[in-house]
Design a protein around this ligand. Structure first.
Ligand code: ADP
Length: 337
């Protein structure tokens, strides 16, 4: 799926890498988090120690990986990258931790998906820069303590609620990344367009920003699709690219006028037509649209809740009147009351 924030081919990945801001100053938006990180990095520099462990929480595409790279870069430290799904045994983590050089920044993406045994090893490593390695089995098993080089863990998660408390508590600072305002996304588009040498007038940039679902990664993706459209269909000179051309390009990719994609609309449509607007449980909803519950919960829902189209109640997910209106479904048709 072209617009899925998680899926991309190699060339898209290369472009994404090229578009990453390299410093906190270049990082657009998230002003609060930037200030907090700046203080943390400054203090570590003054005291000549590795920065505290940092947890970055928020939906995909909001800049967690980028911030991890910036933390390493701004503190002049090497960066090692891994991810929760790649750490399926405590041994995977032991190998990773014991190979770190002093002061290195270790980025673990999707840290909530690590194996439980590795999680427990990580507690001790974060706190004391030490791990216990189990050797042998059964009655003869012993644990050998191993000292580690001091390091800074930067963990990223789309679901901070899934992290066990002991792990969450060991991060010195948790940054909650918020969806971006459209003015901020407009700046992202402007910056990326300049870097990719795409001339786009302001109204076209604003239109892309409005349809980017609050997410810089999507803004960059939509920008490239608009560029493709202009290349193929020719739109006179680039300065003539108007919002109508942006509309045409994005309609082709099923991005609607407010930036909802096919899956967002399928979830709302299912909720309204199959379950009369809810309340309905997450798993039932996921089955209805043929998608993993985790994707619905970490990618689809947060945005629909944020724009006021869905609410979470103790009895399940509920569609709001705004959602009915957006899909053009009369409220009395679907709702019980
Ligand atoms: P995450 O790790 O949260 O999924 P990334 O850090 O990979 O997100 O960011 C996705 C893309 O969005 C990157 O290409 C990056 O260039 C861009 N991006 C994210 N946040 C910003 C920002 N604040 N300013 C400019 N570009 C950003």
């Amino acid at each position: 799926d072209e617009l899925d924030p998680e899926i991309q081919d190699d060339s898209e990945l290369a472009i994404e890498g090229a578009l990453r801001p390299g410093s906190l100053a270049e990082f657009i938006g998230q002003q609060k988090v930037r200030g907090q990180l700046q203080l943390l990095l400054d203090a570590a520099r003054i005291q000549q120690r590795p920065p505290d462990h940092i947890l970055l929480a928020g939906p995909p595409g909001l800049g967690k990986t980028t911030l991890a790279m910036i933390v390493a870069h701004e503190s002049g430290r090497a960066l090692r990258m891994s991810s929760g799904p790649a750490i399926q045994h405590a041994g995977d983590l032991a190998a990773l931790l014991s190979s770190l050089t002093p002061g290195e920044v270790l980025f673990i993406d999707e840290v909530h998906r690590m194996a439980r045994s590795a999680e427990e090893m990580l507690y001790l490593a974060m706190e004391d820069f030490r791990i216990d390695i189990m050797v042998g089995k059964g009655a003869g098993a012993t644990s050998i303590p191993l000292d580690l080089a001091p390091f800074t863990l930067v963990g990223a998660t789309t679901r901070s609620g899934l992290l066990p408390n002991p792990l969450r508590d060991r991060f010195g600072f948790t940054a909650h990344l918020e969806y971006y305002e459209s003015e901020e996304l407009e700046q992202v588009v402007k910056r990326s367009a300049a870097m990719l040498d795409i001339a786009l007038p302001q109204p076209a940039r604003a239109e892309i920003a409005l349809r980017s679902r609050g997410t810089p990664r999507i803004a960059n993706r939509l920008l490239r699709r608009v560029r493709d459209y202009v290349v193929v269909h020719g739109a006179g000179t680039a300065n003539e690219v108007d919002p109508a051309i942006v509309d045409a390009a994005l309609d082709l990719y099923d991005v609607d006028a407010i930036g909802l994609d096919r899956l967002d609309r399928a979830v709302l449509d299912g909720l309204i037509r199959r379950f009369r607007g809810g309340p309905v449980g997450l798993n039932t909803l996921a089955v209805t649209v043929g998608e993993e519950a985790e994707t619905i919960e970490s990618v689809v829902e947060p945005y629909l809740v944020r724009i006021g189209f869905m609410s979470r109640t103790p009895r399940g997910r509920v569609a709001t009147p705004e959602a009915y209106r957006h899909l053009g479904i009369p409220h009395s048709d679907g709702a019980l009351n």
